[in-house]
Design a protein around this ligand. Structure first.
Ligand code: AP5
Ligand code: MG
Length: 376
């Protein structure tokens, strides 16, 4: 097994075909045992495209009567679609009253599999069993029971045996892992704090001083709104109420920025992550490119000051979420409810750095510079 190059990334051997085969032998044996006296014909449901190879290998080993069907889940990859509920496409077999064995290539957070399981139950499946080739136990957060797991792996980005990197690599019979021998040398900083804390103000100065790339999800969304795109129009209706846009939308934006800027010294993310799910997602993106969050620069500021600053900005700028007091209040409430949990996440990783955000712009900037200097 040699190192392979897929597009712009090298991957090195991780799990050999022999190991995969024996793990499939074992899991198929368990399924054969469970279904040997089964009264009826279960449907083996291949989740396209990733599980094609696994489904083929698994089915060859089944020695009970079964049908084969396949589905695809609509995804957000490469798009900025606003839909949050995943849709299942191409299910042609009637599943009402049937037992379905869902075959997945990999389960990480479990979002896809729980959505799919729910959809199948709603469509009247009598029972839904889950069989996955790979599970990342570190990131699996759902209560849904996974009936058959062939192998557990660490939280790394892998390809081969049906799994892809940008549609490439599915054809390899072994599983490969991203080569991190040459790790991502870009730095990842987050500027964090409630609405109006001064994130944008300080970010503009920090990126100039330290040569970082500023990525503000709020600015990116406002750009979409100004351009009148579909995404912008949908985001507008949420932003004007002081609500967050769906995680998937901003996660897609961040992933594109990371990919589009391979040569920058580092990033300063402003307004992202804003939910625990976004923080976990960022970790997964960075695990994929061998990077990590270096520091979370957090601006602490009381709600009263937030209110005053935003009211003041409303007189200068024309942001649609700055005008109505109830919208400002909702943004603050949303911050406490959904964004503050991100603090514990980064404290747990030892990268959270908080400073008092109430001084003058210059005072706050010099404190931030002193902090950032430690990492560059
Ligand atoms: P976003 O644009 O990120 O807004 P925000 O978090 O509410 O923060 P602001 O931009 O209002 O404040 P800031 O901290 O940048 O402060 P600023 O420097 O401007 O997001 C907008 C919306 O987009 C969200 O509500 C959400 O709907 C959506 N969104 C964005 N990211 C998302 C995500 N990840 N997930 C889901 N949805 C997302 O300063 C404020 C004012 O104070 C300015 O006038 C400034 O001049 C002044 N000021 C700053 N510092 C000082 C100082 N030290 N003393 C006195 N005045 C100061
Ligand atoms: Mg801002």
């Amino acid at each position: 097994m040699e190192k392979i190059l897929l597009k712009d990334k090298y991957f090195v051997p991780y799990i050999s075909y022999e190991k995969i085969e024996s793990a499939i032998d074992a899991v198929a044996e368990r399924i054969n045992q469970d279904f040997k006296d089964f009264d009826g014909i279960p449907i083996v449901l291949c989740v396209l495209n990733g599980s094609i190879v696994f489904t083929g290998e698994l089915m060859k080993r089944f020695n009970f009567p079964c049908e084969l069907s396949s589905v695809r889940l609509s995804s957000y990859e490469g798009t900025l679609s606003m839909g949050v509920t995943r849709r299942i496409l191409g299910l042609t077999t009637a599943i009402k009253g049937r037992t379905v064995i869902v075959v997945e290539d990999i389960v990480d957070t479990g979002k896809t599999i729980t959505d799919l399981s729910e959809i199948l139950r709603e469509a009247g499946a009598a029972d839904v069993k889950i069989c996955t080739l790979l599970l990342k136990p570190e990131v699996y957060k759902k209560d849904l029971k996974l009936d058959y797991v062939a192998m557990e792996i660490e939280n790394r980005f892998i390809v081969g045996f049906g799994l892809d990197y940008d549609q490439l690599g599915r054809n390899y019979k072994d599983i490969y892992i991203l080569d991190t021998a040459k790790p991502d040398t870009r730095k990842y900083f987050l500027i964090f704090g409630p609405p109006g804390a001064g994130k944008g103000t300080q970010a503009a100065r920090l990126v100039e001083r330290f040569g970082l790339k500023h990525v503000s999800t709020g600015d990116l969304l406002r750009r979409e709104m100004a351009a009148g795109t579909e995404l912008g129009m949908q985001a507008k209706s949420l932003i004007e109420k002081g609500m967050l846009v769906p995680d998937e939308v901003v996660e897609g934006m961040i992933a594109s920025e990371i990919e589009a800027n391979p040569d920058v010294k580092g990033f300063l993310f402003d307004g992202f992550p804003r939910t625990a799910a976004q923080a976990e997602h960022l970790d997964r993106i960075l695990a994929g490119c061998g990077g990590k969050v270096d520091a979370v620069l957090s601006l602490a500021i009381p709600d009263k000051t937030v209110f005053e600053r935003i009211r003041h900005r409303a007189e200068i700028e024309n942001r649609p979420d700055d005008t109505k007091p109830e919208v400002i209040q909702n943004r603050i409430d949303t911050y406490h409810a959904k964004t503050e949990p991100v603090v514990a996440f980064y404290k747990g990783k030892g990268v959270y750095r908080e400073i008092d955000g109430t001084g003058t712009i210059d005072e706050v900037f010099s404190k931030l510079c002193a902090l950032t200097d430690n990492y560059l």
